[in-house]
Every structure is written in structure tokens, then in C-alpha cells.
Design a protein around this ligand. Structure first.
Ligand SMILES: [Zn+2]
Length: 94
């Protein structure tokens, strides 16, 4: 008879890998269109809703570095998130 604890550990490990490694890469991404408060340039930020403990702790705000002027600012990714139609438009343009 196989120890139930070992099965439990294996299932937990597989789930852990799926949530923390596979989901951010291949899972459903949410893209937020952010505007830098300093240089006013727009950039996209990719994130996975509810995939990390940090997102639960921080809610909808992230401290991010602007890719243009490298200024760290606090951005609200909840109100700036793009709809599926907007993401599709963005991908066909690129
Ligand atoms: Zn900037």
C-alpha cells in the first residue's frame, strides 16, 4: 500500500509547479495599459490574476519601473486592464 502522505505531497508539488511556473508563461494573461506619470509614455504590463501571493497582498496596485525613463511608480493595474477585444486589437497591430 502506498503511503497517502506521499501521494498528497506529489499532488501539491504538481499543483505548485502548475500555478507558479506554467500559468505565468502559458496561462491566460491579463494586460494592463499603463501610462508613466513622469514621461507620459504608455507601456503594457502582463500579469496573471490571482496567481501569486504578492497580487493578493497588493491588490490592484504594483510598483513598477517605467521601461522608458526607468522611474519607479505605483500603478493601478485593475482599472487599466484591457478587455479581450482590446488585447486582440493590440496583437493584430503588432
Ligand atoms: Zn516613464
Amino acid at each position: 500500500m502506498v503511503d497517502l502522505l506521499i501521494i498528497y505531497i506529489i499532488i501539491t508539488a504538481v499543483l505548485f509547479i502548475a500555478v507558479f511556473m506554467l500559468l505565468p508563461r502559458f496561462g491566460p494573461h491579463t494586460i494592463s495599459r499603463l501610462t508613466c506619470p513622469k514621461c507620459k509614455k504608455k507601456f503594457n504590463y502582463h500579469w496573471v490574476p490571482g496567481a501569486s501571493f504578492i497580487s493578493i497582498y497588493r491588490g490592484n496596485t504594483r510598483r513598477l519601473k517605467c521601461p522608458y525613463c526607468h522611474t519607479v511608480g505605483t500603478f493601478n493595474i485593475g482599472t487599466t486592464r484591457l478587455s479581450k477585444e482590446q488585447v486582440r486589437e493590440l496583437k493584430t497591430k503588432a
